[in-house]
Design a protein around this ligand. Structure first.
Ligand SMILES: [Zn+2]
Length: 509
């Protein structure tokens, strides 16, 4: 008998501190929205779905049942209508294609929806209601996902990315598909334990490369996977996503072959290590004046000034002009590069000729809550339609557009103004308009992780600067309203805490 395995993806990372809601178009323009068999084209991609398909299609006795694949970049929470449409595509696809013997669903884990606190838990629960307790359901998540009780109570297998910067979406999909096939074929009875902490941490010091606290935690989880045959999977989740919901926190999740006590013990051990090292994730942003001063003491450039609070990869609009305003106020005369998204300013200046000088207002047009536009006298240096190709990262090799774009110059500062936010990997945006970071003393970068790869071998130093925005390197700078309290680092917390445990055995009841 062949196993019919349903495959689906509904994935976006949301930011609850930005203005506005996302619709289905957000998926179509920044990612993809593929219905039914269209999903099979992801078989050639490095995505989780690509990983699912590579395993399923290599088995003769397996039939793939494609439901829907929707993925978008980080950004605004989904409107209620957008979410309902995606959920309908998922559930109607499943109902039409029953019976199935297993389900693979790829999500982020920190998606926000207008009127719902735990959309991934809601999706998993709705799938479970349709197929009943005996059909295994596997969920893949980003390691910045917010694990909830309801996700773990509805799914039988949950697997998170192992790497940040993210390089293993495909392998994560493969891992989940292998575990699911074994459960669906009756050869495995996965037992999961989730250990959740009252802890939120930004991503800045949470690389899985090098020797930071999260790299150490990931290595401990790797050891569990590699040295204990009963351990099917060990995932650690660093909640560095900018959501604001009642049930949230960093967590660990271990799956064993039917051993509930072992799963619980190992998940708890990982959580306690995470908690014990919480101070090591702390970032102390500098004032722009201090960062410039320190940069001047270093020979040459570029020195990166990191506007982490306006990281488009974390859902920010990329439209902040606060750092540029500061550099101008400070009278910085060294060559500088900066960028800001401002479709209105681009539209206002587009008719002008390169070389012309004029007054322009810039910044805070898409998400006005974080600052006021800056009035500036500038010379137009270049214009472009804004297309460029990524040299690496999750979008490596793909061509995208930042819309019509300009280079404006004021003093020794060259400012790239684009019409749309784009994901930051390295310096592709600057280079596409002829701006070379190696020629600058200070380069403003709106990113908190990928710059380490993208500017490796070029940058002389980097400093996080304290400017306002929806993706700060210090969680205490955000106006949380709904998060469960107390939570580190917003509240004073005891030295030790006991993680909240949730367990699930397959098959559930
Ligand atoms: Zn992530």
């Amino acid at each position: 008998m062949s196993l019919r395995i349903a495959v689906a993806q509904i994935s976006s990372e949301s930011n609850h501190f930005v203005t506005g809601l996302a619709g289905l178009d957000f998926f179509r323009t920044t990612g993809y929205l593929l219905e039914g068999p269209e999903l099979l084209e992801l078989g050639r991609s490095d995505t989780e779905v690509g990983g699912f398909l590579s395993i399923l299609q290599s088995e003769e006795q397996v039939e793939v049942v494609p439901l829907v694949a929707a993925r978008a970049n980080s950004g605004n929470p989904l409107s209620a209508e957008c979410y309902r449409s995606l959920k309908r595509l998922l559930l109607e696809g499943l109902r039409r294609n029953r019976p199935v013997h297993g389900i693979l669903l790829s999500c982020h884990g920190s998606m926000g929806v207008q009127d719902l606190d735990d959309p991934e838990g809601d999706l998993a629960g709705a799938l479970r209601d349709i197929v009943g307790p005996r059909v295994p359901l596997a969920l893949t998540l980003d390691l910045h996902g917010n694990l909830t009780r309801s996700m773990v109570q509805s799914a039988d297998i949950v697997v998170g990315y192992h790497t940040y910067p993210h390089r293993d979406a495909f392998q994560t999909g493969q891992h989940a598909a292998r575990l699911l096939l074994r459960a669906a074929g009756g050869q495995s009875r996965p037992t999961m334990a989730l250990a959740r902490l009252p802890l939120i941490l930004t991503s800045f010091n949470a690389s899985t490369e090098g020797d930071g606290p999260f790299a150490r935690l990931r290595r401990e989880a790797d050891r569990m996977e590699q040295t204990r045959p009963q351990v099917l999977s060990a995932s650690v989740f660093n909640l560095g996503a900018y959501i604001d919901v009642p049930e949230m926190g960093c967590s660990s999740l271990v799956i064993t072959e039917g051993d509930e006590a072992l799963a619980g013990e190992l998940a708890r051990r990982l959580a306690l290590q995470h908690w014990g090292e919480r101070e090591a994730y702390r970032v102390e942003p500098l004032t722009v004046a201090d960062a410039v001063e320190r940069g001047r003491r270093i020979q040459g450039g570029p020195i990166l000034l990191l506007d982490t609070a306006d990281t488009t990869g974390g859902g920010a609009a990329g439209d902040s002009i606060a750092l540029v305003r500061k550099l101008i106020e400070l009278g910085v005369e060294e060559p500088c590069l900066a960028m800001a998204v401002d479709p209105q300013a681009v539209g206002d200046c587009w008719h002008r000729e390169p070389g012309s000088r004029f007054q322009v207002e810039l910044g805070h047009r898409l998400d006005p809550q974080w600052g006021k536009p800056l009035a500036l006298g500038a010379v137009l240096r270049r214009k472009s339609e804004g297309r460029f190709r990524y040299r690496g990262g999750i979008l490596g090799g793909t061509e995208v557009s930042m819309g019509r774009s300009l280079v404006l110059q004021t003093g020794n500062l060259q400012l790239l103004v684009t019409s749309r936010p784009t994901y930051e990997w390295a310096d592709e945006q600057y280079r596409s308009l002829g701006l070379d970071p190696r020629q600058a003393k200070f380069v403003c970068v709106k990113n908190m992780m990928n710059f380490r790869v993208g500017y490796a071998g070029i940058m002389k130093a980097f400093f996080v600067v304290a400017v306002p925005g929806p993706t700060p390197a210090d969680m205490r700078m955000l106006p949380f309203r709904r998060i469960g309290r107390p939570v580190y680092p917003l509240d004073a917390m005891p030295e030790t805490v006991e993680p909240e445990m949730t367990v699930r055995r397959y098959p559930g009841r």
